[in-house]
Write a protein that binds this ligand. Structure first.
Ligand code: HEC
Length: 183
């Protein structure tokens, strides 16, 4: 019994030391790592920062492209592919009618909030006017910001080239639409 007790105590002490040792080992393993990662990041970020002006330049340049320029090199087929993001809620085929969103056949040049039988939000109804390429460009950039309170649950297309492709696709599916403002 006595030797058992001694063994237990010794075991407990040894176990404690092993435990502390393990913690120390683990913390040494853990803490230097983030540090080296951080320095790794800093080192990685430094050249990235150095390269940032170069990398940012084309982005800024892309943002500066105006809509007519973007439309001039837009592609309706690409727009049709991008439209897959919209197709869960919209169709451009008149016969399909409204889905979660209003039917978009002939939407270019169409009065805002005028698809027959669709229950628009008050926000969209009071937006008024007709859908032009310029207005769609703004709306599709950020539906929430362009028409606050409208119920289109779509984050937006961030690239003007993508918006131009989609606008051209909508134009192709709007036989009654006036021509696009192409340069
Ligand atoms: C999650 C569903 C959903 C997605 C995805 C979506 N929309 Fe919509 N869209 C709606 C709804 C709902 C409305 C009606 C908004 C309102 O009444 O406030 C709407 C309205 C519109 C309108 C106005 C139509 C009119 O008759 O005035 C246009 C144009 C439009 N969407 C284009 C697009 C395009 C282009 C995309 C893809 C890039 C897209 N939407 C993606 C649901 C969606």
């Amino acid at each position: 019994m006595d030797s058992f007790t001694i063994n237990k105590i010794a075991g407990a002490i040894l176990g404690t030391f092993l435990f502390l040792f393990a913690i120390q080992l683990v913390s040494e393993l853990i803490f230097p790592e983030p540090e080296s990662h951080q320095t790794g990041h800093d080192e990685a970020e430094a050249p990235a920062d150095g390269a940032a002006p170069d990398a940012a330049a084309p982005v800024a340049a892309a943002a500066e492209i105006d809509l007519p320029t973007a439309l001039a090199s837009a592609n309706a087929d690409t727009g049709g592919k991008i439209f897959k993001k919209c197709a869960a809620c919209h169709s451009v085929t008149a016969a399909d009618g409204n889905k979660i969103g209003p039917n978009l056949h002939d939407v270019m040049g169409r009065k805002v909030a005028s698809a027959a039988g669709f229950a628009y939000s008050p926000a969209m109804t009071s937006f008024g006017g007709v859908w032009t390429a310029e207005r769609l460009n703004k709306y599709l950039t950020s539906p929430k910001e362009a028409v606050p309170g409208n119920k289109m649950a779509f984050a937006g297309l961030k690239k003007i080239t993508e918006r131009a492709d989609v606008i051209l696709f909508l134009q192709v599916n709007s036989p009654k639409a006036p021509p696009l403002p192409v340069k």
